[in-house]
Design a protein around this ligand. Structure first.
Ligand code: PGA
Length: 248
C-alpha cells in the first residue's frame, strides 16, 4: 500500500474544500486507486466540516497536531486528541519539524503518543535531520534517537506511519539523492524492525519538496511507501499529477 498525504500547514479557508473535492473525484475514477491511500491534513478550523464532507469517501481527513494533555484542560488555544476523535478525526500528523522548532520535544511527543494510544488515534510520525547534522554525518544517529526516544513496541505498528522529512528539504526545492534516500529509509526500517520484532513494520514515507516533477525520480525508490506533501498538496492539479506520474 502506498500513501499520498497532503499537509496544508497554516493554509486553507472554507472554500479550499474544492481542492479536496477535485482530488477525491480523481481518486474515484483512477484505475490504480486500490494501490494507495490519500489523506489531507487541513488546519484545525476546517477539520470538522471537511471531515463531515469526506466521511466514507476514499480521501481521508487528518489533523496536523494536538495538545500534550488529553480530554479538556485550561490551555488557551489548545485542542486535544479526545476532541479530534469526537469530531470523527482518527489520524494526526505528529512531530513535524515546524512544531519541533517551536519547542515540541521528545518528552512532549511521548505524552502525545500515550494519548494517541488511549484514544485509538493513528499517527503520522515525522522525523528528520537538519543540515548541520547531515553535514556532520549524524543523520542516522539523529533519526534513531527521534524514533526510540518517543516510540516503543507497545504502540501498535498498525496505527503508525513514519514520515522521513529532512528539515533542509522542507520547502526548499532540494531533495536527497536517490542513493542517500535508499540508505536512510532502509536504515529507518531497520530501526523499526528491531523495535517491532516479528511484527509488520509501519509504512515509511518521504517528505520534503515532493512535487509533480521530482516524483518521477522518487518513484524509482521502491522502499519508500509513500509521500508527505506540503506545498504541492495545496494545488489539486499538482497533487493529482504526483499520483498520476507515480503510476505512469
Ligand atoms: P513541502 O513540505 O512539501 O512544502 O516541502 C513538506 C512538509 O513539511 O510536510
Amino acid at each position: 500500500m502506498r500513501y499520498f498525504i497532503g499537509n496544508w500547514k497554516m493554509y486553507g479557508i472554507p472554500n479550499s474544500i474544492n481542492i479536496i473535492k477535485k482530488i477525491n473525484s480523481f481518486v474515484n475514477s483512477d484505475k490504480n486507486h486500490n494501490k494507495y491511500r490519500t489523506l489531507i491534513a487541513p488546519p484545525l478550523t476546517l477539520l470538522e466540516t471537511f471531515n463531515r464532507n469526506f466521511k466514507n469517501k476514499r480521501i481521508q481527513i487528518a489533523a496536523q497536531n494536538y495538545y500534550h494533555k488529553d480530554l479538556f484542560s485550561s490551555n488557551t488555544g489548545a485542542v486535544s486528541a479526545f476532541m479530534l476523535k469526537k469530531i470523527g478525526v482518527n489520524i494526526s500528523i505528529l512531530g513535524h519539524s515546524d512544531n519541533r522548532t517551536e519547542g515540541e520535544n521528545n518528552q512532549l511527543l511521548r505524552s502525545k503518543i500515550k494519548i494517541a494510544k488511549k484514544n485509538n488515534l493513528k499517527i503520522i510520525f515525522c522525523i528528520g535531520e537538519n543540515l548541520k547534522d547531515k553535514k556532520k554525518g549524524k543523520t542516522k544517529k539523529i533519526l534513531k534517537k527521534q524514533i526510540v526516544k518517543v516510540l516503543d513496541k507497545t504502540f501498535d505498528p498498525k496505527k503508525l506511519i513514519v514520515a522521513y522529512e529532512p528539515i533542509w528539504s522542507i520547502g526548499t526545492g532540494m531533495i536527497p539523492s536517490s542513493s542517500e534516500l535508499v540508505k536512510t529509509v532502509t536504515y529507518i526500517k531497520q530501526v523499526l524492525k528491531n523495535m517491532y520484532k516479528g511484527k509488520k513494520i509501519p509504512a515509511v514515507l518521504y517528505g520534503g519538496s515532493v512535487d509533480e516533477k521530482n516524483i518521477n525520480q522518487l518513484k524509482n525508490i521502491t522502499t519508500i511507501d509513500g509521500f508527505l506533501i506540503g506545498g504541492a498538496s495545496r494545488s489539486s492539479k499538482k497533487f493529482i499529477d504526483i499520483i498520476k506520474n507515480y503510476y505512469r
